[in-house]
Every structure is written in structure tokens, then in C-alpha cells.
Design a protein around this ligand. Structure first.
Ligand code: NDP
Length: 240
């Protein structure tokens, strides 16, 4: 039987590429989103992938949403915690609201996404937890104290989950993308984009599909012994 995969923030950007790649690999995919109904409707029309709307920052909403996905599509075997936001500001100008919004979505959102699917994975003796972190969680970034804190925290989550889930057939890993050619990055002025590309030894931005293929590998049976790891996909911009 086809395995079921849940991709949060799976209807746009990197998440959309992940949803499509997993579908092409034969998974039954559920993609979630926060509020952009139009993008989600277009995505479903284009791909046939079902979308579900909830705020990953809210535990009760996540729990109810995940229960609905499992009722419609079956137990979730692969969970990809991809939904994320930025609220950038230099630290001396960062507001408590900017701090909290990013913590709620990027860090607590990972807890809220994985916690409800964890018991089912333990029961079935199989699971794949894949968290989309960031290069900036590894190295920090000017103007991103909040974002870098959450993305570094996500690495702590997967390292701990890996140790807790291993005996039950569950792996937990993270991917740290560098700059990826999503709408957000392509919308910055060409001059700034060229400056960014100048910092990437590979000489180009990454493609969303390149992150999606890392996810597909980590989700596969071939990756059973990879647990608690971080894959950096950044064109050598930051070498750990
Ligand atoms: P996008 O902004 O293109 O898409 C974000 C997705 O997350 C959207 O589907 C959005 O829903 C959803 N989302 C946002 N907030 C919430 C929430 N509170 N609850 C549920 N869903 C939510 O992001 P990217 O594709 O650029 O980024 C995806 C992930 O990759 C993020 O975690 C990001 O931090 C990480 N990343 C991205 C990099 C890049 O260069 N793009 C580099 C490194 C890491 P909706 O469509 O409704 O708005």
C-alpha cells in the first residue's frame, strides 16, 4: 500500500516541490497551508494533491487537522515539517511580536506537527520525520536572531527525536537549504540577487526540486540508517 506523507506549507515554494516529488514517488500526499486559499486551490487543480488549512503554531488546530488527514488518507508515515516564516529586523529593533511569531511557526510549529503523528508511527513501527531547517540556523544571520534561533532549535528537535524513535523504526533528520530560487528570493532586486549568488561558490541559487529530492531520499527505505543527521544543501556557501 502507498505510504502517506504530510507536508506542512506544502502548496507553495519548497513545500510544493516536496509535495509533487513525493507524489511522483508514489506517496499519497497531504499538503497544508496557512491562509493563501487561492494558491492552495490552484495547487490542487494542477497536481491533484489534497490541501488542508491550519495554523501550525496552534496545537489544537494541528491535532484536529492531522486527525482529519489520517481519517481521509490513512496513518501518516512521512511527516515533512516545512512551513516557515521570517520576520526580520536587527536585534535592537526586533519586537517581542516578531520574536514570538517566528518561534510559534518555525519551532513550536514543528512540535505541533510531529507530536500528533508520533504515536501512530510508534504503533506501526515505521516513520520518517523530516524538518526543513536553514543554513541560517547553522551559521546565524544579521537581522534574523528570531529565525536563526528557531532553525537551530529544529536541529535539536531532530537529534533528540532520532534517539527516541530509533528503536521503533522512526528516523528524524533535517535539511538545511541555502538560498533557493523561490518566489520570495526571485522577488528581490536583481542586483541584490547577484550579490547573494556571489556568496555561493557553486555560482547559482538552489532549485526547490533539489531540496525535494533530499526529502525523497530521507523518506525512502534506503535511508533507514540515516538518523539524527543534517543535510546541508547550500552550494558550499557554508561548510560545516
Ligand atoms: P514560502 O513562503 O514560499 O511558503 C511557506 C509555506 O508555509 C506556505 O505554504 C505557507 O502557507 C506556509 N505557512 C506559513 N506559516 C504557516 C503557519 N503558521 N501555519 C501553516 N502553514 C504556514 O516558503 P519557502 O518555500 O521559501 O520556505 C519553506 C521552508 O524552507 C521554510 O521553513 C523556510 O524557512 C525554509 N528555507 C527556505 C529557504 C529559501 O531560500 N526559500 C532557505 C532556507 C530555508 P500559505 O501558502 O497559506 O501562506
Amino acid at each position: 500500500m502507498a505510504r502517506t506523507a504530510l507536508v506542512t506549507g506544502g502548496s507553495r515554494g519548497i513545500g510544493a516541490a516536496i509535495s509533487k516529488t513525493l507524489k511522483a514517488e508514489g506517496y499519497t500526499v497531504a499538503a497544508t497551508y496557512a491562509g493563501n486559499d487561492e494558491a492552495a486551490a490552484n495547487f490542487t487543480e494542477e497536481t491533484g494533491i489534497k490541501t488542508f488549512k491550519w495554523n501550525v503554531g496552534d496545537y489544537e488546530e494541528s491535532k484536529a487537522g492531522i486527525a482529519k488527514v489520517e481519517e481521509e488518507l490513512g496513518g501518516i508515515d512521512v511527516v515533512v515539517a516545512n512551513a516557515g516564516i521570517t520576520r526580520d529586523a536587527p536585534f535592537h529593533k526586533m519586537t517581542p511580536e516578531q520574536w514570538q511569531q517566528v518561534i510559534d511557526t518555525n519551532l513550536t510549529g514543528v512540535f505541533n506537527t510531529v507530536h500528533p503523528v508520533w504515536p501512530g508511527m510508534r504503533e506501526r513501527g515505521f516513520g520518517r520525520v523530516i524538518v526543513i531547517s536553514s543554513i541560517n540556523g547553522q551559521k546565524g544571520q544579521f537581522g534574523q536572531v528570531n529565525y536563526a534561533a528557531t532553525k537551530a532549535g529544529d536541529l535539536g528537535i531532530v537529534k533528540s527525536l532520532a534517539q527516541e524513535g530509533a528503536a521503533k523504526g522512526i528516523t528524524a533528520n533535517a535539511i538545511c537549504p541555502g538560498y533557493i530560487a523561490t518566489e520570495m528570493v526571485m522577488a528581490v532586486p536583481e542586483k541584490v540577487r547577484d550579490m547573494i549568488i556571489g556568496q555561493i561558490p557553486t555560482g547559482r541559487l538552489g532549485e526547490p526540486e533539489e531540496i525535494a529530492r533530499c526529502v525523497a531520499f530521507l523518506a525512502s527505505d534506503d535511508a533507514s540508517f540515516i538518523n539524527g543527521s543534517t543535510i546541508s544543501a547550500n552550494g558550499a556557501q557554508f561548510v560545516v
